[in-house]
Design a protein around this ligand. Structure first.
Ligand code: NAD
Ligand code: TYD
Length: 355
């Protein structure tokens, strides 16, 4: 089986659903259920014997040790993190605790367990650390996209904490030989994306006739990748990635925030026109910029394409259409995510409480 951390979040949930749709290998999901952890994302697996949910903290060494001993995973896919840049600006402490100390705890627990394995299992074990392109910092408009050897220059507390965790993962390979792989991926979008992030926020604010907040001039550029393409890349790395290697993952879909928001408005104009017949684009509102806001991220994904034969299946247009339709078709999920009712889901489903 494999151990997944942070599987109740946006990318982790997509990863688990796709994993169990393409394989019968069981998954244990360790997730603390912070505000970003929504067990409703995995409601389809509630009665699936291949899926085990454990509510807990990756920084809890005794718990992580017990999970290794009990489930004997052949691999770990580490998604758990505090992930929202704006939250990291207001309260960086939790980012250091989960992203840095939590990753350290997982690496140490994995190392202790892995060291005692027989030689063949030891060689086959994988610790996959999921990271972000934000560790590389901001690119000039004409600069070449980030390769795996681009210097680290994180600018936000979020990206600094992710950079620190990447360095720990790297060091555990070089110093102890733990079979670590790392992926640095661009901005994801798709189903189950928590509504504080730009794309779901814009879709839902548009439908609610609220302002669509664009930070600063909206000319910041991101490289958007459909989440299931990211999940497929991680499956390829777990299957064929080389220990000690980093793989950049991206969609080649560079776009300014303003162009992105206009594209979403145009889709909504077609799928669910405003009652007055005007475009949703009229709700676009420029607001104060994010402090330290990175201007541009872009990924050079040629290494994973060449070495692991991975390619994104979705274009930006096909992926964003699926995403907009998903939000239109999942009004209950949206309502629970916005009202906080998803936090009651565990209690309803399992008669279990959590904080
Ligand atoms: P998310 O915020 O949606 O989900 C994070 C999950 O981790 C939640 O379920 C949360 O409950 C859990 N978690 C947080 N702290 C924990 C702790 N101490 N112990 C156990 N579980 C904990 O994040 P996401 O967008 O799904 O991102 C997943 C990973 O992918 C992160 O490591 C992030 O840095 C990375 N990443 C994200 C993007 C993106 O565009 N969202 C892009 C590249 C990389
Ligand atoms: P976000 O989804 O928070 O991802 P990240 O900061 O990790 O790239 O934001 C994507 C881009 O959208 C980023 O440049 C910030 C911008 N943004 C806005 O303009 N308005 C918003 O309300 C939000 C949440 C983000």
């Amino acid at each position: 089986m494999i151990l997944v951390t942070g599987g109740a979040g946006f990318i982790g949930a997509n990863f688990i659903l796709d994993w169990l749709a393409t394989s019968d290998e069981p998954v244990v999901n360790l997730d603390k259920l912070t505000y970003a952890g929504n067990p409703e994302n995995l409601a389809a697996l509630a009665h699936d014997a291949r899926y085990v949910f454990v509510e807990g903290d990756i920084a809890d060494r005794a718990l992580v040790d017990a999970l290794f001993a009990r489930h004997q995973p052949r691999a770990l896919a580490h998604f758990a993190a505090e992930s929202h840049v704006d939250r990291s600006i207001h309260g960086p402490g939790e980012f250091i605790r989960t992203n840095v100390e939590g990753t350290f705890t997982l690496l140490e627990a994995a190392r202790a367990w892995w060291s005692a394995l027989p030689q063949t299992e030891k060689a086959a074990f994988r610790f996959h650390h999921v990271s972000t392109d934000e560790v590389y910092g901001s690119l000039a408009p004409e600069a070449a996209p980030f390769t795996e050897t681009h210097p680290y220059a994180p600018n936000s507390p979020y990206s600094a904490s992710k950079a620190a965790s990447d360095h720990l993962a790297r060091a555990w390979f070089h110093t102890y030989g733990l079979p670590v792989t790392i992926s640095n991926c661009s901005n994801n979008y798709g189903p189950f994306h928590f509504p504080e992030k730009l794309i779901p926020l814009v879709i839902l604010n548009a439908l609610a006739d609220k302002p669509l907040p664009i930070y600063g001039d909206g000319q910041q550029v991101r490289d958007w990748l459909y989440v299931r393409d990211h999940c497929a890349a991680i499956r390829r790395i777990l299957a064929a990635g080389q220990p000690g290697e980093t793989y950049n993952v991206g969609g080649g879909g560079e776009m300014s925030n303003l162009a992105l928001v206009k594209a979403i408005c145009a889709l909504l104009d077609t799928f669910k026109p405003r009652a007055d017949g005007l475009s949703y684009a009229r709700q676009i509102t420029h607001v104060a910029d994010r402090p330290g806001h990175d201007r541009r991220y872009a990924i050079d994904a040629r290494k994973i394409e060449r070495e692991l034969d991975w390619q994104p299946l979705e274009t930006f247009q096909s992926g964003i259409e699926k995403t907009v339709r998903w939000y239109l078709e999942h009004a209950d999920w949206v309502e629970h995510a916005q009202s906080g009712a998803y936090r009651e889901w565990m209690t309803q489903q399992y008669g279990k409480t959590h904080d």
